[in-house]
Write a protein that binds this ligand. Structure first.
Ligand SMILES: O=C(O)CCC(=O)C(=O)O
Ligand SMILES: [Fe+2]
Length: 418
């Protein structure tokens, strides 16, 4: 058994069941799959049996003495010496940053957020962001309560007499074919300043509500929440922003946090020894302190077995501007590779409170994804017994939240006015 899995109990019923299922599922394993390098690594981390070996996973928490309990208390631990990286100093911040030589423009800030900030962002994601005027995956199929699905659930959790049924949209609109679930794999044209008005004019038909869903209580819907948009609305069918829908406000809490992250990094240090090809344009990192202004994003809500397949986020006109990605709750394996799926990705452990920044032309075009949420990794500070935290604690037991914030347009540019 690999060193990193020495805590797995191979005599347990659960392990034996996983082994039985694995043997059944791999009866035809000698067949030639023709997978890309990315797909092969994804498959490895997704596997329930044998559980993945994390000895090649970059886990920067192992460098931090303050994280010893969290790291050693869990089954899942990676290592700090799997790839070449450089430590960077963050202006005005006590924690450290790291840049990985193999992925120019990737910056990892382990434990950047305090326990209080993590709790606040979990609350914000559920109670403020996953409700109108923002869109969620549930809006396609359900007429959601105006106070939001989370507030509705909090209220009837203590008083079942307040439980109201949430009705399917198909009952109130004309019904049509059922669409596949969220985050379908659609190859889209990368946006840039020259083609964005052509992309903006591609028809963006509304998602069709399923005629097969039933009226339900909010407790049934909460575990089905998968995403909520931030700022500009995203059209999943075409994988382009739908500017005609306008823009939901982007909360100061998140905007200021992301601006603080970008300002704390000395980008000269990041791009001093690696010079990715900036194409026709000048390297714009010199101006990010003034020009970085997030205007879109998504909050991803992952349940235990959810994954996010290899993809590139290329719908933003600002193709090099930093993308700031915040991890909360259970830990995950993040894979990041190269400009095609044929580059073998490097696996990185992301824990609650970590922030990742993908910046510059190379990193912003690198394939990345989440093949695995690591069960049982909710840190103790998110398991507080404080009464008001109880609903969040319960929900977070099996959840990872990722707040993924982007800049679509140069600061001050309005696509409607031009
Ligand atoms: O969950 C993550 O850490 C990454 C999410 C992501 O890549 C995305 O939302 O585009
Ligand atoms: Fe992404």
């Amino acid at each position: 058994m690999p060193e990193s899995l020495s805590n797995v109990d191979s005599s347990s019923q659960e392990y034996k069941k996983a082994r039985r299922l694995h043997l059944k599922a791999t009866r035809h394993k000698n067949e030639d799959h023709n997978w890309t390098s990315f797909r092969t690594v994804e498959k490895k981390f997704k596997a329930r049996f044998p559980p993945p070996d994390l000895s090649n996973v970059l886990d920067l928490a192992t460098l931090n003495p303050a994280k010893t309990n969290e790291v050693q208390g869990g089954v899942w631990t990676g290592r700090s010496d799997t790839v070449e990286y450089r430590e960077i100093v963050l202006a005005g911040h006590a924690t450290k940053g790291y840049t990985v030589s193999q992925i120019p423009g990737l910056v990892i800030l382990p434990s950047f957020l305090s326990s209080e900030q993590q709790q606040d962002l979990v609350k914000w994601s559920l109670s403020e962001q996953a409700r109108s005027p923002n869109e969620t995956n549930l809006d396609t199929h359900y007429v959601l309560p105006s106070e939001g699905i989370w507030a509705n659930w909090l209220c009837c959790r203590n008083d079942p007499s307040k439980d109201i049924l949430i009705y399917p949209k198909a009952l109130v609109t004309t019904s049509n074919p059922v669409l596949p679930g969220p985050r379908q794999l659609v190859e889209n044209t990368p946006a840039n300043p020259h083609n964005f008005s052509a992309l903006a004019s591609i028809p963006k038909p509304p998602q069709v509500p399923s005629p097969n869903v039933q009226a339900v209580f909010s407790s049934t819907l909460i575990p089905k929440l998968r995403w909520a948009n931030i700022g500009w609305y995203y059209h999943w069918g075409t994988k382009q922003y739908d500017f005609a829908q306008g823009k939901a406000p982007i909360h100061d809490r998140v905007k200021n946090l992301c601006k603080g992250v970008v300002e704390s990094i000395d980008w000269g240090q990041i791009f001093s020894d690696v010079q990715p090809d900036w194409g026709d344009g000048e390297p714009d990192w010199r101006t990010w302190r003034d020009t970085y202004e997030p205007d879109a994003g998504i909050v991803n809500f992952y349940q235990g077995r959810d994954t996010l397949m290899a993809h590139v986020d290329r719908s933003e006109v600002c193709a090099t501007s930093p993308l700031v990605s915040i991890s909360l709750g259970n830990a995950a394996i993040f894979l990041i590779g190269g400009l095609t799926r044929d580059t073998e990705p490097i696996p990185i452990m992301l824990r609650s409170g970590d922030v990742v920044i993908m910046a510059g032309p190379w990193c912003r075009r690198a394939y990345h994804g989440i093949p695995r949420i690591l069960e049982g990794t909710l840190p103790s500070h998110l398991q507080s017994e404080e009464p008001k935290w109880q609903p969040y604690k319960d929900y977070m037991q099996s959840t990872r939240i990722n707040i993924n914030v982007r800049q679509v347009f140069p600061k001050g540019f309005n696509p409607v006015m031009g």
